[in-house]
Design a protein around this ligand. Structure first.
Ligand code: GLY
Ligand code: MN
Ligand code: MN
Length: 385
């Protein structure tokens, strides 16, 4: 990782508070919190103010928070109480102070905002529970306010640093290796659920913390369900099988979809496969800085229209990924975000025919200064098993 990337990110946010007419930003959404502090626990709130940041968490995370936030824990006796003030905290301005709170975090967050004189506090409405918001709002002093902030941290997250790109590469490599190792073991008669379990076992053995989403394995007519959950259905001769898998490794996601054919594919399947592959390659070919996310979606759809299959393409062409499996931009017709170098996205057109089957091909792709780099190393053949 670069030199304390978390402190750099927080400094960037703190420096922009004034322009947004905010005294503080409150972050309670795990991926944003991790991005800004390194903390990976399940219960925390982060306050960013000019000159200081404070992470509030509970005693279960005392050791972990001190380690992950690369800061000294504030040792002031009063630090865990409402009496703590910034002067008593000894850690440097750039570090993230950690406050261990017994009881609801919201009370300490409020007390701190009051002590530090923060009147206008930004919060993330899409990312905060109603309970937390109500608890904050109902106790705010009269002159203080909560100001909605939409997608600010998510937008910062869209452009990955070199260190983040390295982590995504690693996650993609693990994911592809798990697919490759599993492919050798696939045969007719296998259950979808066993195949999914094998893929997930392999990715964990290869270094992933966990799957980035519930692994999709769908055989036969079930492959027409874009987000099918694996069942006890067995792979049978003549089936198309969709495998959509991703890993979280060091917190970063990968995402790939590949297709199997149980026995030789029919002419109809071959044509459908050609259409989706052509659409996917055209989408990748169009990826470059400055093009809108929506335009990539138009490009893939146009290819499928040429095959009379555009109506069978029922989702968007792709999405950003990083600390979340789905994050901005969305490669769909309404997202006018212009792609920029450092964005990690998927390109994943698909066609789904009820009662017949579906085909999707998906790669993880990095936007570069000159176009893009396909990170996924797995060949895009229709694998016959
Ligand atoms: N399975 C999630 C996705 O491909 O977006
Ligand atoms: Mn996927
Ligand atoms: Mn995807």
């Amino acid at each position: 990782m670069e030199n304390n990337p978390f402190a750099e990110r927080r400094a960037r946010v703190a420096a922009a508070l004034a322009a947004r007419k905010l005294d503080a930003l409150l972050v309670a959404f795990s991926p944003n919190l991790r991005y800004l502090s390194g903390f990976t626990g399940s219960n925390a709130s982060l306050l960013i103010l000019p000159g200081q940041s404070i992470l509030f968490t509970d005693p279960r995370y005392q050791i972990q928070a001190a380690q992950e936030c690369t800061s000294e824990e504030c040792t002031s006796e009063e630090c865990t109480s409402e009496e703590c003030t910034s002067e008593e905290c000894t850690s440097e301005e750039s570090s993230c102070k950690v406050r261990i709170v017994k009881g609801p975090l919201v009370l300490d967050v409020l007390a701190t905002l009051q002590k530090l004189g923060a009147l206008r506090t930004g919060y993330e409405p899409a990312r905060m529970t109603c309970d937390f918001y109500d608890a904050l709002k109902s106790r705010l002093p009269l002159r203080a306010s909560l100001e909605p902030v939409h997608g600010w941290i998510e937008e910062l997250r869209t452009i990955k640093s070199e260190a983040e790109i390295a982590l995504i590469r690693q996650s993609v490599a693990t994911n592809s290796r798990a697919f490759e190792q599993t492919l050798r073991r696939v045969k007719a008669g296998m259950k979808e659920s066993d195949l999914a379990a094998e893929l997930e076992y392999r990715m964990r053995r290869l270094g992933a913390e966990k799957p980035a989403f519930e692994t999709i394995v769908a055989t036969g007519v079930r492959s027409a369900l874009p987000h099918a959950q694996p069942t006890h259905a067995r792979l049978a001769a003549g089936d198309l099988v969709v495998i959509d898998m991703g890993a979280f490794e060091n917190g970063y996601a990968s995402d790939m979809t590949r297709m199997l054919s149980v026995g030789p594919p029919s002419a109809k399947v071959k044509r459908m496969y050609r259409a989706v592959l052509e659409a996917q390659l055209a989408g990748i070919d169009a990826v470059r800085p400055g093009i809108t996310a929506a335009r990539i979606d138009t490009v893939t759809r146009k290819v499928l229209k040429g095959y009379g299959l555009d109506k069978a393409f029922t989702h968007s062409t792709g999405h950003g990924l990083g600390l979340e499996i789905h994050e901005p931009p969305r490669l769909g017709k309404r997202d006018l975000t212009r792609l920029q170098p450092g964005m990690a996205i998927t390109i994943e057109p698909g066609v789904y025919v009820e009662g017949f089957g579906g085909i999707r091909i998906e790669d993880t792709v990095l936007v570069t200064a000159s176009g893009c780099e396909i990170l996924t190393p797995t060949p895009k053949d229709l694998f016959v098993v």
